[in-house]
Design a protein. Structure first.
Length: 166
């Protein structure tokens, strides 16, 4: 018998793979997460923070994101160390800015809000949670919301609130 209990080099590789998987927080036999370059890690970090800003509980979302084994330890610590009140305030500002951009960019959305604030607010909450904030200006936000409402209407077979006003 040679190497590790007749396994030779293959047995050694399997043992190293298992140890690496365990060291990364995985189970025996799991592969360690792929190493990200610095730029990839920061892009992933930004993506996780952006998702947290639209989550129902942004603090919990950041805490969960801190468990991402692909992130370097320093970025995971930054997510864990974020001030909870600051995270909540930031998420509220993101939602408010999106809401304002939408109403300024879409007369249909503004009319829906005037006609039925509760229904519009419920729809906006779903939209905000489901559609990443990528628009910088009111027309862009209006386009994202229009496409989202059209997809919702198609999925439900209902023309939707905004379309009834047209």
């Amino acid at each position: 018998m040679r190497g590790r209990a007749a396994g030779g080099r293959a047995g050694e590789r399997a043992a190293r793979g298992s140890a690496a998987g365990r060291a990364a927080g995985g189970r025996a036999g799991e592969r360690a997460p792929a190493r990200l370059t610095g730029a990839q890690a920061h892009a992933r970090y930004e993506e996780l923070v952006a998702r947290a800003m639209t989550a129902e509980d942004p603090v919990a979302a950041l805490r969960a994101a801190a468990g991402d084994p692909a992130l370097p330890p320093a970025l995971r610590r930054a997510l864990i160390g974020a001030d909870e009140d600051g995270v909540r305030m930031s998420a509220l500002l993101v939602a408010r800015l999106r809401f304002e951009r939408l109403l300024r960019g879409s007369p249909e959305a503004e009319a829906w809000f005037d006609r039925d604030p509760a229904a519009f607010s419920a729809a906006f909450r779903r939209y905000h949670a489901e559609v990443p904030p990528t628009a910088f200006f009111p027309p862009g936000e209006a386009g994202l919301f229009r496409r989202w409402t059209e997809a919702q209407a198609a999925a439900q077979g209902d023309p939707g609130q905004m379309q009834r006003e047209r």
